[in-house]
Design a binder for this molecule. Structure first.
Ligand SMILES: Cc1cc2nc3c(=O)[nH]c(=O)nc-3n(C[C@H](O)[C@H](O)[C@H](O)COP(=O)(O)OP(=O)(O)OC[C@H]3O[C@@H](n4cnc5c(N)ncnc54)[C@H](O)[C@@H]3O)c2cc1C
Length: 572
């Protein structure tokens, strides 16, 4: 085996170099583990770099009345109480320390007059809580973590895609990957693996997500026997660009509303007064997205099928300083000057609340030695995520995953990797080259996006989701017949055919979970069950592989301890 495959060995293998992966890697290094970080694009190009609005943490720099208890309550309320309450507690408690640490490592945040980290308002947060760097917070975060990690000494494998997790009995033993450039396979052996591969937005047609978001990590973990949690909860961000068509879905950061942006329909009405008069534009994302969708559906949308979002009542210099990316994005892509007129916006698929089920303290999945953090993991956000709570999630649970992975690696012996399993995974990955004629993966991807957009989107019905499940079966049959031309060297069609497998698996998990949850809660809106149900409020949907079959069961949520119940009651 060692002759056939290039092989690398680490105590901890981190898959994904976004905020979660980098924070996990730094922590594992600090605990003395040898760490390898694998990412399918270039280091520094992960999704985290696109984050704009900020990191939510109750630092109390702007609103001294804030505190972890209010952040905990906001997160639970935003998630419609389906959150893993222990994760929500740890997150609210630890986020300020993680932000301070980031600053000590060199991150330069916007400042208050007295030199503290500046915080801005965001939807669903009671107080001004988002630590930010204009609207380029993710860039600063990635830069800081990357510098720290490289300096500390992790090994990086870039443009390297993991296609299978390897196991030794029940425990994880490493992974098989290929170099995207040459198409050669490479084996990673590891005692612990941290999955930090992000979400699956690319399964929908209108999305803020980049090409990397194809649900690989969730699918790889599922294939390896890990449980997936509450997959029906897919967040549609209320404000993506709707025009021109080439940039439809591109994110318009919530910071625009945080800085005072106002939403109006084509008649000039500030319609959020009808949907959430208390919070208005700063209502939670699920509510604002449905409100815009409803305005458009009922004929009050803009020319290109969206709503107007206006920040031009603020001084032009202020807008350019606080929202520089938005200013340039609209000027260059839509020829709109947001300092003098409104933007046109509409909902866009943005974030996956569901994902790999993990234990709160350690971020370990149900497979021994397999950890998960960031958007690939689930639990913290429940039925709906608050803006800013992802970047803090990456820091808090990335660190916890890295620490637990390093500890696990110290406690176990080196795993054995079964050579036949590696050969099997290699053969499966190369199969599309064996067929001389067959389907084009791009056609399947286009059809998948259409089905998920139209049938498993913002509003769902039993009939639509059943139809989607039927279509997904057909896509699986089509994928089995995909044929790829050319060589293995930087072949995007081949890459997509492998990513499609992940997208189909995870789309099926989303659709199955959406079908059985007969209620509306957070981001999951069923037209045929428009109200939340007390019964469903007690349950999590769990997806697991049994043999070749995808199974679904409901677990009753653990009771919240009295002290946390007390916090929710007090803060109401
Ligand atoms: C435009 C935009 C703006 C946002 N703004 C904010 C914000 O202001 N505040 C906030 O809290 N959240 C924001 N979010 C959400 C937040 O950015 C993401 O949820 C978060 O960055 C996810 O981080 P991650 O570490 O989990 O994954 P990512 O940063 O996406 O990293 C995933 C990594 O996994 C790698 N990978 C994936 N599959 C494989 C594979 N098969 N093999 C090898 N590597 C693989 C990728 O190459 C990448 O390195 C925003 C999202 C978008 C799209």
């Amino acid at each position: 085996m060692s002759e056939k495959f290039e092989t690398h060995e680490h105590d901890v293998l981190v898959i994904g170099a976004g905020g979660a992966g980098l924070r996990a890697a730094i922590e594992a290094l600090e605990q003395g583990a040898s760490v390898g970080v694998v990412c399918k694009s270039l280091l520094g190009k992960a999704h985290t770099v696109m984050a704009e609005g900020g990191i939510a943490a109750a630092m109390c720099n702007v609103d001294s009345a804030d505190g972890w208890k209010t952040h905990f309550r906001d997160t639970m309320f935003g998630g419609k109480y389906l959150n893993n309450w222990r994760m929500a507690q740890l997150h609210a408690l630890e986020a300020p320390e993680r932000v301070n640490e980031l600053e000590q490592w060199g991150a330069l945040f916007d400042r208050t007059q007295d030199g503290n980290i500046l915080q801005r308002a965001f939807g669903g947060h009671t107080y001004k809580r988002l630590c930010h760097v204009g609207d380029r917070t993710g860039l600063e975060m990635i830069r800081t973590l990357q510098d720290r990690g490289v300096h500390k000494g992790f090994d990086v494998y870039m443009e390297c895609t993991i296609v299978r997790l390897l196991k030794d009995g029940d425990r994880v033993a490493g992974a098989l990957a290929y170099w995207r450039e040459q198409g050669r396979f490479v084996v990673f052996k590891a005692k612990s693996v941290v999955m930090a591969t992000g979400g699956i937005g690319k399964a929908w047609r209108i999305t803020s997500n980049s090409w990397e978001y194809t649900g690989d990590g969730m699918a790889l973990a599922y294939e390896a026997g890990a449980e997936l949690l509450d997959m029906e909860f897919v967040q549609f961000h209320p404000t993506g660009m709707v025009w021109p068509p080439g940039v439809q879905g591109l994110l318009v950061t919530e910071a625009v509303r945080g800085e005072g942006g106002i939403l109006r329909n084509k008649t000039g009405e500030r319609f959020m007064e009808r949907y959430d008069p208390k919070r208005m534009e700063l209502s939670t994302r699920d509510v604002v997205a449905r409100s815009i969708y409803t305005e458009v559906k009922e004929g009050r949308g803009t020319e290109h099928g969206g709503a107007f979002l206006d920040i031009s009542h603020k001084p032009a210099d202020y807008v350019k300083k606080k929202l520089p990316s938005m200013y340039h994005q609209f000027k260059e892509l839509a020829d709109v000057d947001i300092t003098t007129g409104p933007m046109e916006v509409g909902p866009t698929c943005h974030y996956m609340m569901g994902g790999i089920r993990v234990e709160a303290e350690t971020a370990q999945s149900t497979v021994p030695g397999l950890f998960a953090a960031g958007e690939a993991a689930a639990g913290l956000h429940g039925a709906n995520r608050l803006g800013g709570n992802s970047l803090s999630d990456l820091l808090v649970f990335g660190r916890r995953a890295g620490a637990a992975a390093a500890k696990h690696a110290k406690e176990v012996s080196a795993p054995t990797v079964d050579a036949t399993k590696i050969l099997e995974a290699e053969r499966d990955a190369l199969e599309p080259f064996q067929r001389k004629t067959g389907e084009n993966p791009y056609a399947i991807h286009r059809d998948l996006q259409e089905v998920m957009q139209n049938l498993v989107g913002i509003y769902r019905t039993r009939e639509d989701v059943r139809t989607a499940l039927g279509e997904l079966e057909k896509f699986k049959a089509r994928l089995a017949n995909v044929s790829i031309e050319g060589s293995r060297m930087f072949n995007p069609g081949w890459h997509l055919s492998l990513e499609l497998k992940s997208m189909l698996t995870i789309s099926e998990a989303v659709a199955r979970s959406a079908l059985v949850r007969e209620e509306s809660r957070g981001a999951h809106s069923r037209i045929d069950f428009p109200e939340p149900s007390a019964e469903w409020g007690k349950k999590n949907n769990i997806i697991k592989r049994e043999g070749a079959a995808m199974t679904l069961r409901q677990d009753t949520r653990p009771e919240m301890p009295e002290e946390l119940k007390q916090i929710l009651a007090e803060e109401k």
